[in-house]
Design a protein around this ligand. Structure first.
Ligand code: NYM
Ligand code: MG
Length: 200
């Protein structure tokens, strides 16, 4: 799945998990932490608003436009394909990148896994670390704003959760976080992990 290794001075850190699993809050806290440590970084949220397909998906998820379910997966993939070049450039120059979702969401949530894999195969930049916010549908269904987006419903999220577990089983670059813990407790765990691995 991953592209050829290249000389990176920055680090690529990805957050995954079902909707309302607490990724965004943790990313905000991690970003402040990196600012404190003087580490140049950018946050990229997939789907982005940087590309045409990304913008279309964001409208689709809010229910503003309709996109055929098969085509949506292609859009998610195209959005990332357009961004990999920029991600590589930033990593080479020493900027860290925090991704709010990545290729794993594409696989876990996808309608058309096979097609998707073919297109993105060999193009994905390997993350240095993935945090998986481990919470299930039952844990998030009463969280604030749940259900506002198209995919935020029981079946989709139960399937996505199972797929995430399968994808992340026995992966040494994946840190599984108990997302039912408090925000502060989680952020400390994340900071410890980052410190242990990257900051000399
Ligand atoms: N999503 C996200 C996918 O279905 N495939 C993908 O490749 C990506 C990156 O979009 N429900 C879905 C998962 C979410 C939604 O994410 C947007 P968020 O974290 O709710 O903004
Ligand atoms: Mg969502």
């Amino acid at each position: 799945m991953y592209t050829k290794e290249f000389d990176r001075k920055g680090r690529l850190i990805c957050f995954e998990g079902i909707d309302r699993s607490g990724k965004s809050s943790q990313i905000e806290i991690l970003s402040l932490y990196l600012i404190m440590k003087n580490i140049p970084h950018v946050v990229i949220k997939f789907p982005t608003n940087e590309t045409y397909p990304g913008r279309e998906i964001n409208k689709f998820l809010k229910g503003e436009i309709f996109i055929n379910p098969d085509k949506v997966d292609l859009y998610f993939t195209s959005d990332r394909l357009e961004m990999y070049g920029e991600i590589k450039r930033l990593l080479e120059e020493g900027t860290w990148i925090i991704c709010d979702r990545y290729v794993y969401s594409g696989i876990a949530y996808g309608n058309t896994m096979i097609y998707f894999n073919t297109l993105e195969f060999g193009k994905v930049i390997r993350p240095d670390l993935v945090f998986f916010m481990d919470v299930q549908y039952e844990d998030v269904k009463n969280r604030k704003d749940f259900g506002k987006e198209l995919y935020e419903e029981k079946n989709r999220l139960e399937r996505a959760y199972k797929n995430f577990l399968k994808l992340f089983e026995d992966k040494d670059f994946v840190k599984i976080i108990d997302g039912r813990k408090g925000i502060r407790e989680i952020s400390e765990e994340i900071e410890k992990e980052i410190e242990g691995i990257f900051i000399k």
